[in-house]
Design a binder for this molecule. Structure first.
Ligand code: SF4
Ligand code: SF4
Length: 202
């Protein structure tokens, strides 16, 4: 067996004599001064914490904060999400937290231009259709539910990165807490619409 394997690291011997003890004391004092220097530097820096709930963190301080995911609305319509219902986020989510429901919107074909409700006449009146023909084959889909079970979410961000329509992002919902995990299932479509309504009211 090699001698290297049996080598035991020797502990430094305590300082001996007057000068040894003096050196030990000086080392201890220096360490104290360095520690106090760090404390003093942090103490005089700008405060990073806030006295919640009297104060809340400013928006810029939340940059990079990953709250639960939320839907992003279309640029020209705050009540409609950008979502194209491709289901990629549902498939990629490792925890199965996302559920989506959609319905087909019946496309109404009008017999002629006169019957199109969007046809405006020079007198300013809109002509209502006399006869409209539903054409389900040409229908578009509409998102009716976008549910997130946040109790399962690991905030991995895969859904956000995968979404081809950039319809998902992490929220800045920082002060949210619940006692019951059943209360942390979110209807994200409803939430987005309520936020749009709140903005209009303010
Ligand atoms: S962040 Fe991850 S775990 Fe959470 S919903 Fe998205 S894909 Fe699922
Ligand atoms: S990946 Fe994006 S566009 Fe596709 S269903 Fe999910 S949120 Fe909608």
């Amino acid at each position: 067996m090699s001698t290297q394997m049996h080598q035991i690291k020797k502990m430094p011997r305590p300082a001996e004599g007057f000068f040894g003890k003096l050196a030990e004391t000086a080392k201890g004092l220096w360490s104290l001064i360095v520690g106090l220097g760090v404390t003093g530097r942090v103490f005089t820096q700008k405060q990073e914490t806030v006295h919640y709930p009297r104060k809340t963190v400013s928006e810029p301080a939340l940059t990079g904060y990953r709250g639960h995911i939320e839907l992003v609305h279309k640029d020209d319509d705050p009540t409609t999400p950008r979502c194209i219902m491709c289901m990629k986020c549902v498939k990629v989510c490792p925890s199965g937290c996302i559920s989506i429901k959609s319905k087909k919107i019946e496309h109404i074909e009008h017999k002629d231009k006169e019957q199109d409700p969007n046809t405006h006449h020079s007198n300013g009146l809109t002509v209502l259709p006399k006869q409209a023909v539903p054409s389900p084959g040409k229908g578009k889909r509409e998102l009716t539910l976008f549910k997130l079970d946040y109790s399962l979410c690991s905030l991995c961000s895969l859904c956000v990165e995968t979404c081809p329509a950039r319809s998902l992002r992490h929220s800045k919902h920082v002060y949210w807490s619940e006692f019951d995990k059943d209360n942390i299932t979110l209807d994200l479509l409803d939430r987005m619409r309520k936020q749009a309504g709140a903005k209009e009211d303010s």
